[in-house]
Design a binder for this molecule. Structure first.
Ligand code: HEC
Ligand code: HEC
Ligand code: HEC
Ligand code: HEC
Length: 218
């Protein structure tokens, strides 16, 4: 019954997402950043993987092993080192504390920190090119809208964070700018079409097919 209700609400397009602790997740499972990487490391699509890897979210777990983290943990009197403590992991890795069923497809690596699925939602049901090329289909398959839903960010960027600065707060628009990783304007919505054309051109000129690392179906 609960699930049915959630389904109806989701179909009406009402966001229920709260910082990764989402009721609207339904049965969608996590797949891990390696999966997203197969396509999103390509220059043609805008190399979102590279942008993420360069920035801090990818290092959020690593941060918990640093001196600053150890100092914070000591001040808080934690009984475990920060990279093993729930009090820290819940915002420094992806999908912390979700039921085992959410990882039925693949266990996530803590070392990947705050990865794509922390903001875009568990990817198993939207990770096909055809699904992802259609916003409505993606949403129906569990993709979130971090560009419109500030709550996805404030589930972690809030005053529960030991490094939270109340004077600074969280500026959603500025923070999005800071982590921007857009699909190039001339490619957006046309990736499959352009890729097909490039492949055909390559074939015609006798070039090798470099698509073997893509896993679109399974
Ligand atoms: C098999 C290749 C492939 C994989 C795997 C893949 N993507 Fe995509 N993704 C695409 C393509 C193609 C598009 C559409 C590009 C276009 O034409 O605009 C896209 C679009 C998107 C968009 C933009 C959607 C929109 O409507 O604005 C997001 C966000 C996204 N992908 C996130 C992810 C995440 C997160 C993962 C891993 C869970 C992932 N993708 C895995 C190929 C892939
Ligand atoms: C799962 C928790 C989580 C979510 C969700 C999250 N963040 Fe973060 N964010 C972090 C953590 C942890 C750091 C610090 C990482 C570090 O320094 O090791 C961080 C750092 C940042 C930074 C500064 C570092 C940088 O990469 O330049 C920005 C900007 C940022 N986040 C923006 C956002 C935005 C915008 C959203 C929502 C679309 C968001 N975050 C969602 C946990 C999260
Ligand atoms: C409510 C979510 C949340 C929790 C819980 C949390 N963090 Fe963070 N942490 C963040 C965010 C978001 C950032 C980056 C933005 C900021 O500084 O607030 C961050 C940044 C950091 C940084 C980098 C600070 C800097 O100045 O660059 C360290 C170190 C850190 N956290 C350690 C910890 C430790 C240790 C714990 C556990 C005691 C912890 N965090 C718990 C969300 C959280
Ligand atoms: C901290 C949150 C966060 C993380 C982590 C993150 N993204 Fe995003 N992503 C966003 C936001 C916010 C946008 C802007 C959405 C908008 O403007 O509608 C975005 C946009 C995108 C887009 C669409 C760009 C466009 O032009 O429409 C793609 C594709 C994408 N992300 C893929 C990824 C992939 C792949 C990863 C992991 C390697 C990733 N993202 C990690 C928050 C995040």
């Amino acid at each position: 019954m609960r699930r049915a209700l959630i389904g109806i609400v989701a179909a009406m397009g009402i966001g229920l997402i709260a910082g990764g602790a989402s009721a609207a997740e339904g049965d969608h499972t996590y797949v891990g950043v390696k999966k997203c990487r197969t396509c999103h490391k390509k220059e043609l699509i805008g190399n979102q993987y590279g942008a993420w890897k360069e920035a801090k979210h990818s290092k959020a777990f690593e941060t918990l092993k640093g001196d600053e983290a150890v100092k914070i943990a000591k001040e808080k009197g934690l009984s475990k080192p920060p990279h093993e403590a729930e009090e820290c992991l819940k915002c420094h890795v992806t999908a912390y504390g979700k039921p085992a069923s959410a990882f039925a497809k693949a266990p996530l690596k803590a070392a990947d920190g705050v990865q794509c699925e922390s903001c875009h939602g568990p990817g198993n049901d939207y990770k096909k090119k055809k699904t992802m090329s259609d916003r409505e289909k993606s949403m129906a398959a569990g993709m979130w809208e971090p560009g419109k839903d500030e709550k996805i960010c404030t589930g972690c960027h809030n005053d529960e964070s030991p490094s939270w600065d109340p004077a600074e707060g969280f500026d959603y628009e500025a923070a999005k700018e800071e982590i921007a990783h857009a699909i190039p304007e001339d490619v957006k919505g046309k990736y499959i079409e352009i890729e097909k054309k490039l492949k055909a051109e390559k074939k015609a000129s006798g070039g090798a097919d470099d698509e073997e690392d893509e896993e679109d179906e399974d």
